[in-house]
Every structure is written in structure tokens, then in C-alpha cells.
Design a binder for this molecule. Structure first.
Ligand SMILES: [Zn+2]
Ligand SMILES: [Zn+2]
Length: 110
């Protein structure tokens, strides 16, 4: 693939955001999955962030955490997904393996 960048909404500080060219993501961990976004949504969390109401969010920051993708690459340890699969990303990811996940408190995943 010759494409080196993609468009992304980038938060630049309270009240400041723009559609920028950013480097394409890449597989780093063997459990990573990379997908091409086919549909995206704006979340209330995104609105709070661009208004500067979430102090923990540093900038510049590529926004967006709720979307559908078609998988284009998988890490070497990914077993349940393959290139071409379509999936939905949740706002919060849970490992399913740690103590908190196993006792059903997935919001506190380690
Ligand atoms: Zn959200
Ligand atoms: Zn967990």
C-alpha cells in the first residue's frame, strides 16, 4: 500500500479541532487488529472533549472511538478475526481474562 496518511478529526485544544492528514496506523502488538472505517459516529464524549471538559485528554489527539470497520490486517496472535471480517468497535475494550472481567465488572478491566 502506497498510502502513508489518512484523514482524521484531530483535537487541538478546547474549542479547536480540524480534519487533518495523519500517519496511517500500523500493527504494533501481535494482538492488534487494523481496520478500514466504513461507518463512524460522534459520541457525547467527543463533544465533551472538544469543549475542553475532559482534562485527562491531551492534545493533539485523533478523535473517534465508535465505528464499524472492515479488517485489513491482523497481528500474528489474533485468532478470532481475519482480513475481510466486519466488526463494530465499542467505546470500552475489555480483555475478558483479568480478574475484574472474570467476575463481571468489565468496566474496571485491568
Ligand atoms: Zn463514546
Ligand atoms: Zn479485563
Amino acid at each position: 500500500m502506497d498510502q502513508k496518511t489518512m484523514k482524521a478529526m484531530v483535537y487541538h485544544g478546547p474549542g479547536h479541532y480540524s480534519l487533518d492528514d495523519v500517519p496511517l496506523p500500523r500493527i504494533i502488538e501481535p494482538t492488534d487488529v487494523m481496520g478500514k472505517v466504513t461507518l463512524a459516529a460522534i459520541c457525547t464524549s467527543d463533544i465533551h472533549i472538544v469543549h475542553g471538559d475532559v482534562a485527562a485528554v491531551t492534545y493533539p489527539k485523533v478523535m473517534g472511538h465508535e465505528f464499524c470497520v472492515e479488517i485489513v490486517e491482523v497481528g500474528s496472535e489474533v485468532k478470532n478475526w481475519k482480513v475481510g471480517d466486519r466488526c463494530v468497535s465499542r467505546a470500552g475494550a475489555n480483555c475478558g481474562e483479568c480478574l475484574m472481567c472474570k467476575i463481571g465488572i468489565r468496566g474496571f478491566c485491568n
